[in-house]
Design a protein around this ligand. Sequence first.
Ligand code: IQU
Length: 200
Amino acid sequence: MAVNHQNVEELYEFGETLGSGHFGTVRMCYTKTTRDPFAAKFIKLRKSKTSRWGLDREQIDREVNILSQVQHPNIIELHDVFAGRTDMVLIMELVSGGELFDYVAEKESLSEEQAMEFIQQILQALGYLHSKSIAHLDLKPENIMLRDKEAPKPHIKLIDFGLAQKIEPGAEFRSLCGTPQYIAPEIINYEPLGPPADMW
Ligand code: IQU
């Protein structure tokens, strides 16, 4: 995907904050021409090699490259990318049903059938990613979103490819990344990683 150097405010209008993370914030946004809704992820660029804040351009380019390579019903779609002086803005598909985490937390229980339907969709997305040698490396209920939580069978979308890596078979990739509660043993042990790290 070609990175846009135009001012993002000329093409999009921004609304409420939808979420935030270590990277920055995600805001509701609309195209000025057609009012189509999207989610805009604002990522702060790191100002200097020694700064503890912001992300390096290479890290953001990696996320953009990976998202550009994937097209699957259960994976969030990247629509446009803007590069500014201090921020990069990723214009993404809007997913309105919230996190799977909150959906499960609010319910008394999840039926075996619902759990099966969610797992099936998650595995379809992972099967697709892994067939392209892409590992997500930060799979967790906070990064699994629902298109519509009122639907009888909510449609799942994987989000946040900030830690994702293309790891070709035979290549050696090691990293100490992820979220403590969900980290696979091979990551903790600093062993070579691949798509199986997503299956833990
Ligand atoms: C968020 C992140 C990435 C894409 C989104 C698409 N639609 C709505 C929200 C989106 S969020 O950061 O706002 N929420 C996910 C929090 N884990």
